[in-house]
Design a protein. Structure first.
Ligand SMILES: Cc1ncc(COP(=O)(O)O)c(C=O)c1O
Length: 473
């Protein structure tokens, strides 16, 4: 049996064939079934075996080469990259399965270890340990400790404009858990498909599909999600990132906010607001408040410390419409018995003491400088490219001129020791998407950003010349 018998494509699945091939190869590499150096069949051979057109396989291989999973070796075809090491487990909502060693890591979502407030966290944690009574060591309340929920309700109100009460707040292990819980609750409300922004976090789209719900992609423009297109999907739930759309950075405009809320009320629908980086607004003007404040009875608001503190804490929160608290707690009681109490108490202490606000102020100041360095470096070294959306969070979406081959650029960049992701994987139809890069700029020091983008510029210059005038969509 040829090894590629492992690859099975289904025309019924709704997932593009290219993505199916990529997904299988990645999974086999991650689990160690496909070892470094393993030779893959030629694109012609695999296309023939699978009964798909050769361009589908070429595109899948190209993307895997761009992401560093495979390498094209002159004269001996395509192989599993020599430097990859199998991940201990197959990732689901993560983007960290296998990563080559490079000088500049411009991926978004990588750990910001150096910026973590160790001293303040240690003091808050120590205090939580000292003040905990024996009852705190019992199973925690499912939705979180009362003390934390009180602090969070206050914080979310003053910092994000969220209208909630401690009773409607639920502590969770990151937004990932929140999404998993919601995906279990929604079918019970007669909802089996969820509208999602297109582009969006591709792991979220995959995850939703894997748990048996059907994602419905809805286009995003510079004002955020297209609500008229959303209404046409017939969905009764939508997952959105209104403050800073992931990945394009667009902020949902006032009129679109009104329209989205109207849609939810008219269709008895739910809005899931993923406010993943809402506390890291870097623009000078007022930051957009949470969408939730316009319709607390229709919007499930979710936040996380993954961007502001560290993803390793696995900590986040929901502010839930009263109608959904019961169903969410029921589902949760069947899956886990609550979140780690000391993280909750330490975070409550961080909020109470004002250290979290001070930490955010420091982060914003630090990231503003790095973001300005990125803006400058993009203008200088990537002519014709432009950053879209608002300056916020840990990443920027860099739209490239149409002539640029995104995969080729990512591959060449890797050759110059720059690890950066393209924008295409975030699109429901990657083959139709305009070329882009998703650049994480906060894990690299300010001076490194210019150097990293200069190296990227070297790869960019080597792109074939445009046939006509350069267009930037
Ligand atoms: C769009 C988006 N939502 C949410 C999250 C955070 O998820 P979690 O809180 O599970 O770490 C991320 C982190 O990468 C993200 O990019």
């Amino acid at each position: 049996m040829a090894w590629h018998a492992l690859i099975d494509v289904s025309r019924e699945s709704g997932e593009p064939l290219t993505a199916q091939i990529q997904g299988t190869i990645k999974a086999e590499i991650s689990t160690g079934v496909l070892r470094p150096g393993t030779r893959l069949p030629s694109s012609r051979q695999l296309a023939e075996d699978l009964g798909v057109s050769r361009s589908v396989v070429v595109e899948a291989y190209g993307q895997l080469i761009a992401e560093g999973y495979l390498e094209a070796v002159q004269g001996s075809g395509t192989r599993v990259a020599a430097h990859v090491t199998p991940a201990p487990a197959v990732p689901t909502l993560l983007d960290n399965g296998v990563a080559p060693q490079v000088r500049w890591d411009l991926r978004t979502g990588t750990a910001q270890g150096a910026d973590f407030p160790h001293r303040e966290w240690l003091a808050a944690y120590q205090r939580a340990l000292q003040s905990a009574d024996p009852y705190d060591l019992d199973y925690p309340p499912l939705s979180g400790s009362g003390e934390l929920r009180e602090e969070l309700a206050q914080y979310l109100g003053r910092a994000r404009g969220v209208r909630t009460t401690p009773g409607q707040v639920m502590a969770v292990s990151g937004f990932a858990q929140a999404l998993a819980l919601l995906c279990t609750v929604l079918p019970g409300l007669g909802i089996d498909h969820i509208a999602m922004e297109d582009p969006c976090h591709h792991r979220q789209r995959q995850f939703i599909q894997e748990v048996g719900l059907r994602p419905r992609p809805v286009p995003v423009d510079e004002e955020g999600i297209d609500v008229a297109a959303l209404a046409r999907t017939g969905a009764r739930a939508v997952l959105v990132t209104p403050a800073h759309q992931f990945p394009t950075g667009a902020t949902l405009s006032g009129p679109r906010r009104e329209a989205l809320v109207r849609w939810a009320r008219e269709h008895d629908a739910w809005i899931i607001e993923d406010d993943y980086d809402g506390d890291l607004w870097l623009e000078r003007g007022a930051r957009p408040a949470a969408l939730q404040r316009l319709a607390p009875e229709r919007v499930v608001y979710g936040g996380t410390v993954s961007k502001s503190l560290a993803p390793g804490l696995r900590f986040g929160w929901l502010a839930v419409p009263p109608q959904l608290i019961g169903p969410l707690e029921r589902v949760r009681s069947q899956r886990d018995l609550g979140s780690d109490i000391f993280t909750q108490l330490a975070f409550a202490e961080l909020l109470r003491s004002g250290h979290f606000d001070r930490h955010l102020r420091r982060q914003r100041a630090r990231y503003r400088v790095r973001r300005a360095a990125l803006d400058q470096a993009v203008r200088r070294y990537l002519p014709g490219a432009r950053i879209t959306g608002a300056a916020a969070g840990l990443h920027a979406y860099v739209r490239l001129p149409h002539r640029v081959d995104e995969n080729a650029l990512v591959t060449r960049a890797l050759g110059r020791s720059v690890l950066v992701r393209g924008g295409r994987p975030h699109h429901a139809h990657p083959e139709r998407a305009a070329p882009a890069l998703v650049v994480g700029y906060t894990a690299v020091p300010r001076t490194g950003i210019a150097e990293a983008v200069r190296a990227l510029g070297g790869a960019y210059e080597r792109q074939p010349a445009a046939a006509g005038p350069m267009r930037c969509a």
